[in-house]
Design a protein around this ligand. Sequence first.
Ligand SMILES: O=C(O)CCC(=O)C(=O)O
Length: 275
Amino acid sequence: MKPHPWNESFTWEPHTARSGVVTQSQLDQFDELGYFVVENVYSPDELAELTRITDEAEEEAIAELKKQDGERFLISENGAITFAGQLVRQKPEIRPFVKNKTILGICADLIGPNVRMYHDQAVYKMTEKPRRFPWHQDNGYLYVEPQHYLTCWIALTDATIHNGCPQVVPGIHKDGTLAHYYVDTLGFECFEEPPVAPLVAEVKAGGAVFFSSLTPHLTGPNFTDSTRKAYIVQYAASDARVLEGNADAGESTGSHAISEEPRGIAVLENGVPTV
Ligand SMILES: O=C(O)CCC(=O)C(=O)O
């Protein structure tokens, strides 16, 4: 495991429970292992409405995939796994869900008083065709500074080891961003074999797995007959910047503020939820 070329120094800062939404021992687990699970983030009615929106987005993503050769594009493949991105931008009715009170309390504890929802996508995993899913850190895709931001993996259906719940490699987040290499059609990977045993993060529908952008993770195959549905939302400090350029070619060639990107919205300003 090598550090990402742009990760010249990194210190993991421990977090303190201030919002009252989660306990200090949950945050201690986050600091130690890089993740924790919170059940019942959404009520059954909220979950039904959120899923209605993501189902619609997934149908649109499938319609697009059907126009592609072999009905696939990179890792997305009709009948296997679909990614429907930028829903906050395209479907404003989803915005109240990314401003959920529990999630914003966790954002305040783990990121700070000024937070922007940075990226979102619905990921549906169908009964699996055998394929590898790469171990990756979310910051291994687009390099953001500060390197630590928060990924909230919301289960729209019960997520278990049998249908592709998240799995995380504990402890590695403390070293910051690792070098990633591209695995053709699948995406970026930081290692093929985890250096320590992965932990399985099962979560019931309506709950969420919270992990750092620095926590190596993947989701396993779906061996069941029904689709595993997730909505993944990422939150970063409002003044975070995306570094530009090709890491393999050397230094970053520039950067832009995440607030310049149309896919995100501010969710916390000076500790207060935005309207
Ligand atoms: O939800 C999934 O199946 C995988 C999503 C994931 O790991 C990601 O998009 O970073």
